[in-house]
Design a protein around this ligand. Structure first.
Ligand code: ADP
Ligand code: MG
Ligand code: MG
Length: 870
């Protein structure tokens, strides 16, 4: 018979897919002898089988569950549902990938009207027993019976008011007894049935509810955002309860073995005495810092420090640990690799290599390349910051800087974001329902909750700036405003958040680019040692080029000359060039453009030194440069001294039904060779100047776009050589240069051997190649690709991640044929995919020489290339 239930003693951390993350780690900790309360795990396969069987628990599974429950009874000496000394359990969900707060946990299961008395007797603590019972009804009511939480909370508030107390812990045992009766009445009213008294039934209902929670809407959103497959299912852990709510020598807490914000090697966390489960993160009572535990309970603290050391050594990574102290005894309830900011991730990885805990290779694999984005984003401009008016301060929950308009609901944030505004989500505290609003915001501010609150954890995961627990911020959601003392902020007002310090400012503050240094440099150097791929950048201006070099770019893989044409002073000349009716007119306009382009190239060569620079000759359809508004046409006609009518005709003539498949790329050179001739002259002259005047040995790589037929390339090549020769002749000196082509038309891929005879390098233009391979218009596909992904027809947008099966196959053919014809051919990629980690891995596997990406993606590409090589 298939096994669906595992005792903690039977599992290990390797069994995550079956036992879920929480279950596998509970098993592992049991195995290495840590104080983990006994329990068992119902597997993810059971969850999937549950759905296959039409969402019912089947007999064999129930038997297996109760058999394992019995063994907890044996070990604990307690009996489930007993009237004297009852066994209580928690029922905890545990997916394969941690999904914080997504799934629901039930504590104190096994209590009913009889066993609560048994618990009171056995512990000699009535208050504790009824506190546990009311918590159980509350959680079970919410998670299993789907009763709105606030119904219970109201009842509790009313009671507190009538007793004139503020905190739960001030309620007496009699109060709590009343509360239990109230809660049971609420249950009856809301469900039409009595609160279930059969403890076995309670257990089965709870397990089923966890299975069901796999498919609740917020879990689905979380999976979608985090790319977690739907078919994994969740495991369920059933575990003997230990009690942090037994009085002042009991408590519960969470801690990271290192600081998850900056990586510093100090215990970092929070705890509450006389509390249970979620109290610490719920933000109702304010938790204490973990170091205070040392004074309160030195022994328990000491044990905890030891456990932290053991777990870090064992998992060889920073751990996020949940613990409970029952009457002075420490129990560990969960461990997992802690979520952290990228800043912390890099510091921890570098520190751990220095501590001898992990190898450099492992360190390199520890950071998601995409995550580096977090570090590369701006911080507040220091000078502006000095002038800024601080409102108040909260906790620095997630690093970064954000300025934006205030909104009080996730829906409003989503709306504001859609209309192009920068929005800051302001909440009492966040919950999983807020996820979409958090995604759409530039920053998050909460009034309650600590460093381990939902807002803090989720924001760090997203790399989003977050200030949490700003107690002075008084939010009035209904009228969409918040107050700090007597200062009022309305919806739409600007504020700024500093996620590194927790400070909150009025108004907008300018941001500045980050300074990368210290461990980041060390880490990236290690990455560079592993990678084989070179990293180039797509840059068209000296400024972009400088930025890219700072980030470690080793060359330019794509310099788009048309971007230089769009500048204010140039566009009129470019337009003249395009609408010219005679060669003379065109040459005249080109003559004016020549010195401008030459200067551009020279500046770029100066910034790049002797690093390789690939320059693409003009690519887009000409009409992109033309004026389309009547007024602009009139103005241009005037400067060109032709009639409006004449010009209008030219503009109309240049219109195309399908410009991306129209008169563009090297096709332009077939009709107007003068354009490329001017560009080549500018490139070669700039290289000559660099050589003669600056002593720089530049070898420009001249790239011909959109070649599909070798004769196109032959034609342009002849033009390039002739132009270059003329420059050499005139200047009396020469430079080396290369001629190559973009590979972006499927026909070029399958005839790459023929094309390679004429091309010294290939650069894959995967944007166009994807467009033409799929027949998806780059500019229109956005409207339907989402549907394709929702309906699982495409797994990913092929414009974001290379489609290895089809587009990748074309690339493979081109590489193979190209190398056959020209073994030393240089191969690279310059499409958007050149900065996407998964596509970079593919380029590594294909054996390309380099990838080229936008400047801010260069560090991401360096790391992705290293990981591909490991
Ligand atoms: P989450 O995945 O949301 O963190 P958990 O299953 O870890 O949910 O449970 C939340 C909290 O409930 C734990 O941190 C712990 O404090 C408490 N808890 C869970 N199981 C037990 C148990 N057997 N005894 C005492 N407390 C428990
Ligand atoms: Mg937990
Ligand atoms: Mg292209």
């Amino acid at each position: 018979m298939e096994k669906f239930v595992y005792d903690f003693k039977e599992g290990s951390k390797e069994m995550k897919p079956l036992l879920g993350g929480k279950g596998a780690n509970l098993a592992e900790m049991t195995k290495i002898g840590l104080p983990v309360p006994h329990g068992f795990t119902v597997t993810t396969e059971a969850c999937n089988a549950y759905y296959k069987k039409g969402s019912t628990l089947w007999e064999e599974l129930k038997e297996e569950i109760f058999k394992h429950l019995q063994s907890i009874e044996t070990v604990s000496g307690k009996v489930f549902g007993d009237v004297n000394n009852p066994l209580l359990v928690s029922v905890r969900s545990g997916a394969v990938f941690s999904m914080p707060g997504m799934m629901d946990t039930i504590l104190n299961l096994g209590l009913n009207d009889q066993s609560v008395e048994g618990l009171a007797k056995a512990t000699n603590n009535h208050r504790f027993a009824y506190d546990s019972y009311r918590r159980f009804i509350q959680m079970f009511g919410d998670v299993v019976l789907q009763i709105k939480k606030y119904k219970f909370e109201h009842a509790m508030e009313k009671l507190k008011e009538s007793r004139n107390v503020e905190l739960d812990i001030d309620l007496t045992s009699e109060d709590l007894k009343h509360l239990v009766e109230d809660f049971k009445k609420i249950t009856l009213k809301e469900t039409g049935e009595e609160f279930p008294q059969d403890v076995r039934q309670q257990l089965l209902m709870a397990i089923e509810a966890v299975f069901k929670s796999w498919n609740n809407p917020r879990a689905k959103v979380y999976r979608k955002i985090n790319d977690i497959p739907e078919h994994l299912g969740t495991a369920v852990n059933v575990q003997m309860m230990v009690f942090g709510n037994m009085g002042e020598t009991s408590g519960t807490g969470v801690a990271f073995t290192r600081n998850p914000s900056n990586g510093e090697k100090v215990l970092f966390g929070e705890f509450l005495m006389n509390a249970q489960g979620e109290d610490v993160v719920a933000g109702i009572r304010t938790p204490k810092e973990i170091k205070d535990l040392q004074e309160r309970m030195p022994n328990a603290y000491q044990s905890f420090v030891e456990v932290c050391g053991i777990l870090e050594d064992h998992y060889r990574d920073m751990q996020d640990i949940e613990f409970t102290i029952e009457k002075g005894n420490l129990f560990i309830l969960q461990t997992r690799n802690g979520k952290r900011t990228t800043h912390a991730a890099i510091n921890i990885a570098v520190d751990m290599v220095h501590e001898g805990l992990i190898s450099k290779k492992e360190a390199i694999m520890r950071v998601e390349p995409q995550q580096l984005d977090q570090l590369l984003h701006p911080t507040f401009d220091e000078r502006e910051l000095e002038k800024a008016e601080i409102i108040t301060k909260g906790l620095p929950a997630s690093a970064g800087a954000a300025s934006g308009r205030v909104y009080f609901s996730p829906e409003d944030v989503v709306k504001a974001n859609a209309s192009g505004e920068k929005a800051i989500l302001v909440r009492h505290e966040t919950s999983p329902e807020d996820i979409e609003g958090m995604v759409a915001s530039v920053g998050i501010l909460t009034a309650r909750g600590g460093m381990t609150s939902h807002a803090a954890v989720v924001a760090r995961g997203m790399g989003k700036c977050c200030v949490a627990g700003a107690g002075e911020v008084k939010i009035h959601e209904a009228i969409k405003q918040f107050k700090v003392r007597d200062q009022v902020f309305h919806e739409g007002d600007y504020i700024s958040l500093n996620g590194n310090t927790g400070e909150i400012f009025t108004g907008e503050i300018k941001t500045q680019n980050p300074q990368l240094s210290g461990n980041f440099e060390v880490y990236m150097k290690w990455a560079d040692d592993f990678r084989r791929l070179k990293i180039r950048t797509n840059a068209d201006t000296p400024r972009d080029t400088r930025q890219a070099i700072e980030f470690g770019a080793e060359g330019i893989g794509l310099c788009r000359t048309e971007h230089m044409f769009f500048e204010d002073t140039r566009i009129p000349v470019v337009r003249q060039m395009i609408v010219s009716r005679t060669i003379e007119q065109r040459k005249n306009a080109l003559q004016q453009l020549l010195p401008m382009q030459r200067q551009d190239f020279l500046e770029i060569f100066e910034v790049m030194g002797e690093r390789p620079v690939t320059i693409r000759l003009l690519d887009p359809p000409l009409h992109e440069f033309l004026p389309h508004e009547d007024e602009d046409v009139k103005a241009l006609a005037q400067t060109m001294e032709i009639s409006y009518q004449q010009l209008k005709e030219v503009v109309n003539d240049l219109k195309e039904f399908n410009p991306m498949l129209g008169h563009r790329g090297c096709r332009l050179a077939i009709t107007y060779p003068e354009i490329y001739q001017m560009q080549v002259q500018a490139i070669i002259e700039a290289a000559v100047i660099a050589k003669v005047e600056r002593g720089l040995e530049v070898i420009p790589e001249i790239m011909v776009p959109l070649v599909g037929e070798v004769k196109e390339l032959e034609f342009v090549k002849e033009l390039i050589i002739k132009t270059a020769d003329e420059v050499f002749e005139e200047k009396g000196t020469s430079v080396q240069y290369l001629i190559g082509t973009m590979i972006e038309i499927p026909r070029a891929c399958v005839t790459a051997d023929i094309i390679a005879k004429e091309a010294e390098f290939f650069s894959f233009g995967t944007n166009d190649l994807t467009q033409m391979a799929y027949g998806f218009s780059r500019d229109d596909a956005g409207s339907f690709i989402k549907e394709y992904i929702d309906k699982a027809i495409l797994e990913k947008d092929p414009f974001q991640r290379i489609d290895r099966t089809g587009v990748g196959k074309l690339m493979e053919i081109a590489v193979e044929l190209g190398k056959k014809a020209r073994p030393n051919i240089k191969l690279g990629i310059c499409g958007e995919h050149g900065g996407e980690p998964n596509s970079i891995e593919f380029c590594h596997l294909l054996g390309l020489d380099y990838v080229s990406c936008s400047p801010f993606r260069v560090p991401i590409a360096r790391l992705a290339a290293a990981q591909a090589a490991i």
